[in-house]
Design a binder for this molecule. Structure first.
Ligand SMILES: Cc1cc2nc3c(=O)[nH]c(=O)nc-3n(C[C@H](O)[C@H](O)[C@H](O)COP(=O)(O)OP(=O)(O)OC[C@H]3O[C@@H](n4cnc5c(N)ncnc54)[C@H](O)[C@@H]3O)c2cc1C
Length: 387
């Protein structure tokens, strides 16, 4: 290649890199999000009170904050930072890098459960939608019924989410192979492209767009009323504050206590109105953890940790699960096109069979380029997005 052609190629590469790296920024500007404040900037002297205080700005917390802010004054407290500008979150190709990041700033907090399961939980505005495989499905109707929700309202709410952050995937080769394999194995009928939870094989929605850019629950804050919503980042809530005045038969939650990024403590309070609420949407681990720290849980557990009992509830912290699954790794000689979950098989035994491809493990470990997972049918996305 002569010097001129090399320069042309080099300039083209620089241009392409610029387009790719500015994608996240453009997206952020286009969204017109409400301002995000660091928790240290929360004015402690200001006696601002809220109709709703939402703990956890994740998959459930962000859309709740957006919808409630249409009519009410809302404070959203998230222990992590902003997802915008973090390419480990926004780009599909960095899915595995994001999960493997163990730095203190990582949006994924790795952990191993007491029974030895390796997993991660989110620590970032947008929550699990910033670190997960991005598959989107509507809930099983029987799940909605069992939860006691208004099915019509749930059905009306889905498009609110879908129009904003859900896309149809261009089915990747490994996903097409899984689709054909599932049908051959009898996971039928083929239901085509659908968000609905139907038995058989289908292609579902994804929060990655056609360029591989991840759209998260944080994007849903763009639909909020900015005059009614305050979003604090790096705000770790460590206690729900209860009204302990004499004469109150039942303890009433009146506010929360949280730590900012510098370790300083703050408090925020609800308006003294009937119907004001603290909503705990801190995830499968964070929510029971906060309840326990606030004295809500099994008496013996609380006693063991010298926490005085506010409300006795034997179920808090029990039977928790989030994204439980079994995986099979399929080592390949050559890398394949990367894909996250697009095709699923839903069996009447109550499992999802799904797959990802092209995310190898570390260089010195076995190269696992394809994977198949089977997960319990799990409807948290619908649960999370009910608005
Ligand atoms: C690797 C992986 C892949 C997955 N893939 C999929 C998928 O493809 N499709 C799907 O539907 N589901 C998937 N899931 C599951 C899905 O992401 C979760 O079920 C969902 O995000 C849970 O939503 P949530 O709102 O309950 O919690 P989260 O989205 O986790 O939100 C909780 C938020 O609360 C914050 N928080 C916690 N404690 C506190 C505190 N004390 N103070 C302040 N903030 C706090 C956290 O930082 C977090 O942002 C996956 C999960 C994992 C881990």
């Amino acid at each position: 290649m002569d010097l001129i052609s090399r320069r042309v190629v080099f300039k083209a590469l620089v241009f392409l890199c610029f387009i790719r790296s500015s994608q996240g920024r453009d997206h952020f500007t286009k969204l017109n999000l409400p301002p995000f404040l660091k928790a240290s900037r929360f004015p402690t002297f200001q006696h601002e009170a809220y109709d709703y205080i939402i703990v956890g700005g994740g998959t459930a917390g962000c859309p709740l904050a957006s919808t409630l802010s249409q009519k009410f004054k809302v404070l959203l407290l998230e222990r992590g930072g902003s997802p915008y500008g973090n390419r480990n979150i926004t780009l599909l190709e960095n899915f595995h890098i994001c999960l493997a990041d163990v730095s203190p700033e990582s949006p994924a907090q790795g952990f191993i459960s007491t029974d030895g399961v390796i997993n991660a939980r989110a620590k970032v505005l947008g929550g699990g939608t910033c670190i997960n495989a991005g598959f989107y499905s509507r809930a099983k109707p029987s799940f909605v019924q069992q939860a006691g929700w208004d099915a019509d309202l749930v059905n009306q709410s889905y498009p609110w989410v879908e129009e904003r952050i859900v896309h149809w995937p261009k089915v990747a080769p490994w996903q097409a192979a899984l689709r054909d394999g599932l049908l051959e194995a009898g996971v039928s009928p083929y239901n085509g492209y659908t968000y609905d939870h139907l038995y058989g094989t289908k292609v579902g929605g994804t929060i990655f767009d056609e360029t591989g850019y991840r759209h998260t629950a944080a994007d849903l804050l763009a639909a909020a009323n900015p005059n009614n919503l305050r979003v604090l980042l790096y705000a770790s809530v460590n206690k729900i504050v209860f009204n302990t005045k004499q004469g109150h038969r039942k303890p009433r939650a009146i506010g929360v206590q949280f730590k900012d990024e510098n370790g300083r403590h703050h408090q925020a309070f609800l308006r003294e109105e009937r119907g004001s609420e603290i909503i705990v949407s801190a995830g499968a681990i964070g929510s029971p953890q906060l309840l326990l720290l606030s004295g809500i849980g099994p008496r013996n557990e609380l006693k063991k940790h010298n926490i005085s009992v506010t409300i006795r509830n034997e179920h808090v912290g029990k039977g928790m699960s989030d994204n439980p699954m079994n995986s099979i790794f399929v080592p390949m000689k050559s890398p394949t096109k990367q894909s996250l979950i697009e095709t699923v098989g839903i069996t009447d035994a109550g499992v999802f069979i799904e797959a990802s491809s092209g995310f190898s493990q570390t260089d010195d470990s076995i190269h696992c380029h394809h994977g198949i997972m089977s997960a319990e049918v799990w409807s948290l996305f619908a649960f999370s997005f009910t608005c």
